[in-house]
Design a protein. Structure first.
Lengths: 160, 160
DNA sequence: GTCATTGCAAAACATTTGCATGCTA
DNA sequence: TAGCATGCAAATGTTTTGCAATGAC
């Protein structure tokens, strides 16, 4: 269940208080937009659009999947959420402070990491060597999560 | 046009010489497999499956797109090519030596980089801090390539 | 009131799968 | 000859788009 910050949304309308809480820098504050952002900020799951859609639908049953996709794209462009390309369907992250990710190749789970030391210098270095203007960067690691390690061990011992 | 290493393929069959050149570690050496690998090794474009399909089709007009996808997946699993998740469709890299990539957000082009210093220690560090078994990692940077910088400048001056 | 935003339905893509046939080892 | 690999066609799953109606500012 999604946790709303202060109160449940009852109607489609949005109170003045919400406006301060969600600085959408230019984007209009709609109930849909707010709900999507709220769901994304309330989870550490790095979900796909479809999952976000299902969650938001509990509060706004008439929202459409297209609206979810459109909003995610806009929010990412505005820098309010982060797009993750970890193979398979796109995933989304409500956390925008730069950080890294590790993906489990068995179950697909994604966890946050903080690996890279001096991100600004890294971008600067690449900018100079490549001639690109560098906007951002992402480090993904791939592996096997602790839980899947246990399950693989179980599977192997059962096989024998 | 794709450059074949030594000779053009005429029939579907594969000579003994090719077997040494393409160590597929267990996978059978088919003309399709060889052509896909060859196309991928001959380009620096980091292409999508569809592009590879079009190239291979010049030599093997009856190859199917499904075969391209199946082979790319197998070759990646065998460690003979690298899968790239840079947003949009999947891309593929014939170069398997670990390296980094920068993507132009305007034109989608992808270039090779060598940014990270001690990859092994990086993986080891994450392995210890996260409990994951780390298989591999990838660093993507996003930005604006030199060519697109020029074109953006042109667009802006024309607008005014 | 204006124009961004939405819901709905259809379309567009990218990718995968089932199955009979063909080919490598 | 065994079974991996292929071509074809159909299915799947994700993401985008057109358009009329709605709602934020």
């Amino acid at each position: 269940m999604v946790q709303w910050p202060h109160e449940r949304i009852v109607s489609m309308s949005v109170s003045a208080d919400h406006r301060k809480e969600y600085d959408l820098s230019g984007l209009r504050l709609t109930a849909q937009r707010r709900a999507i952002l709220c769901v994304l900020r309330a989870t550490t799951e790095h979900p796909e659009a479809g999952w976000i859609y299902e969650q938001v639908r509990k509060e706004l049953p008439r929202i459409s999947l297209a609206t979810v996709y459109r909003n995610l794209a806009q929010l990412a462009e505005t820098g309010l959420v982060t797009e993750l390309d970890v193979g398979g369907a796109r995933r989304w992250d409500g956390q925008v402070k730069p950080h890294d990710h590790i993906v489990c190749l068995r179950c697909g789970s994604v966890e946050d990491l903080d690996v890279l030391a001096d991100r600004e210098r890294l971008e600067e270095r690449v900018s100079q060597s490549s001639g690109f203007i560098v906007y951002t960067h992402q480090l993904y690691l791939q592996g096997l999560c602790p839980r899947c390690q246990r399950e693989e061990a179980l599977d192997t011992s059962t096989e024998a």
